[in-house]
Design a protein around this ligand. Sequence first.
Ligand code: AP5
Length: 222
Amino acid sequence: MSKIYCKRCKEAVENHPACSVLCASRAREDRAPINKPIVWVLGGPGSGKGTQCDKIIAKYGFTHLSSGDLLRAEVKSGSERGKSLTAIMERGELVPNELVLDLLRDAIEAKIAESNGFLIDGYPREKSQGEAFEKTIAPATVIIYFEATGETLTKRLLGRAVSSGRADDNEETIKLRLKTFFNNNEVVLAQYPDKLKRIDAERSVDDIFAEVVSILDAIVKA
Ligand code: AP5
């Protein structure tokens, strides 16, 4: 059965005549439930989220939605919204959640019919992001967290900087990205003790993937 959401503040409003939750708007939208596995893929910058997601897509045919990639696409589009993002991302800070959540929701809805499941890469990065996603999109099925030290993350990102062309792959911004990540990470993870799978990401790509497979096989076969 579909659920009803307030079009303005995105809260579920059930059968109230107006959105009594936040904004009193009368604009509604119906949304079909998302009945596919949703995997949040978390870890510090350079922990290997993108690398592992590529392997997951190849094996499971999941749809990969990286919050960073969606934001970079918005910047590249030259839109007014994109222009305001560039400076935030170059400071290694988090962009406003409303925007990230809108991009994710649109991308999920566009692929829902054809997808085997969704990899949500790099989201949530704050406690409130996780809460907003589960309230307005769907609960996460499982959360995979790639754990690595700041030293390892820095080394990998500096290695990637040689060829990535990313504006935030430079020594100064990497420091800021790590700071933002470590400031928020444990609070985010603490919200989901039952869904969280921690993986030691200091090992080889293939060893890490073997552990990912054992987690995802259980979901796909369930
Ligand atoms: P985003 O694009 O998500 O970047 P990130 O989190 O900093 O992560 P990366 O994409 O840099 O690294 P990765 O973990 O995917 O590692 P990779 O596989 O490439 O976010 C960018 C910015 O967007 C944020 O700073 C923020 O401003 C904004 N943003 C994004 N999401 C947001 C949100 N939810 N809310 C608000 N703002 C948001 O690997 C890195 C390197 O290591 C590669 O060279 C790879 O070959 C190598 N490597 C990978 N695995 C291994 C291994 N096991 N051993 C050795 N090397 C390895």
